[in-house]
Design a protein. Structure first.
Length: 117
């Protein structure tokens, strides 16, 4: 499975961004998928867990009510909508896949989200 995350950028606090996760590989639909993030000088943190069909299975309390998930069938991507962004959301966001979302075997290259105050 190959994963590619995109859509990061610089945004002011309170703003929004949409991240995309593109995946290739015939077995991707059987994996649990998740977004993780790692901020500067912080440990990697789980954000959301979802299926390749776009079903949201769970999310971190830190993003509850602010982040949402959708599937773009035309582009064959699953998108993470980040709303009401805060400086503490600044991180590299990774799209992952694996037999368990808690220990993903596959990681994309990450996309940087920077939120200015």
């Amino acid at each position: 499975v190959q994963l590619q995350a995109s859509g990061g950028g610089l945004v002011q606090a309170g703003g929004s961004l949409s991240l995309s996760c593109a995946a290739s590989g015939s077995s991707v639909s059987r994996y649990q998928m998740a977004w993780y993030r790692q901020g500067p000088e912080k440990e990697r943190q789980f954000v959301v867990v979802f299926t390749w069909s776009g079903e949201l299975l769970g999310y971190s309390d830190s993003v509850k009510g602010r982040f949402s998930l959708s599937r773009d069938n035309a582009k064959n991507t699953v998108n993470l909508q980040l709303n009401d962004l805060k400086p503490e959301d600044t991180a590299v966001y990774y799209c992952t896949a694996g037999n368990s979302w808690k220990r993903p075997e596959y990681w994309g290259q990450g996309t940087l989200v920077t939120v200015s105050s």
